[in-house]
Ligand binder design. Structure first.
Ligand code: ADP
Length: 232
């Protein structure tokens, strides 16, 4: 199963991705996590990426695209993967499509999570990361997942916040990139949407597709686009 995961920053891709990863036994490849691991490990890649991440800008394509395309060639990706945070602009979407096309690899499922921009911003500012597992959900503004005092509500671990999550300007910049449908992430979403519609027309039983289902999340309608048998 090869899955692309789109959604505005703060929509919960990491949390949902962990569930999907466990359900399908595939690696959950989170671009932002790879960068943060490199930053805390003091690697050259981390040093190059840090300034961009702190400002809420994308790390340049010349760094990000080969990093992810090489990651997809690793052994654990043979039976599938879940890409979370890539592609994040039109160029990345086109380059991914080209690279997969050369290997005759098809994306099976594309998921888009939709969330109001202001709600996403509040979620980002309230979220806290557990040092044991950054996908343990903790958010000081959401009752259902409020931390246990100063500790992770799942495992009791220490909680931290990301510097780019506490900087409103950086958050706005990240969302400007996400919602940009000329060259930003939405342009990448639309690229795959068009591709999926065209494939479906050419091959009526083609598996890739878009489905929408609505569920209530914290009192608000949360719309997700999902392939039906992936429902969790
Ligand atoms: P969020 O979704 O909350 O913005 P992420 O962990 O996905 O958090 O990303 C954090 C930062 O890492 C981004 O703001 C950006 O600087 C960098 N980054 C993540 N994915 C990409 C990508 N595909 N291309 C370039 N930079 C990226």
């Amino acid at each position: 199963m090869k899955i692309l995961f789109f959604g505005p920053n703060g929509s919960g891709k990491g949390t949902q991705g962990k569930i999907v990863k466990e359900k399908f036994g595939i690696p959950h490849i989170e671009t932002g996590v790879i960068f943060r691991e490199n930053i805390s490990g003091g690697t050259d890649l981390g040093k190059k990426a840090k300034g961009y991440i702190d400002r809420g800008e994308l790390v340049p394509d010349s760094i990000t695209i080969p990093m992810i395309l090489n990651r997809l060639k690793e052994d654990d990706c043979k039976s599938g993967w879940l890409l979370d945070g890539f592609p994040r602009n039109l160029t990345q979407a086109q380059e991914l499509d080209k690279a997969l096309g050369l290997e005759r690899i098809d994306v099976d499922v594309i998921i888009e999570m939709l969330l109001d921009r202001q709600i996403a911003k509040n979620r980002i500012m309230g979220r806290r990361l557990c040092v044991n597992d950054n996908n343990h959900p903790n958010n000081i503004f959401i009752d259902a997942i409020k931390p246990d005092g100063e500790s992770c509500r799942v495992c009791g671990g220490e909680l931290k916040s990301r510097t780019d999550d506490q900087d409103e300007e950086a958050i706005d910049q990240r969302h400007n990139i996400y919602y940009d449908n000329e060259t930003g992430t939405m342009a990448g979403v639309n690229y795959y949407k068009d591709l999926s519609i065209r494939k479906k027309r050419r091959f009526p039983d083609h598996r890739s597709g878009w489905q929408t289902w609505r569920k209530r999340s914290h009192g608000r309608t949360f719309v997700q686009t999902w392939w039906p048998d992936l429902m969790i």
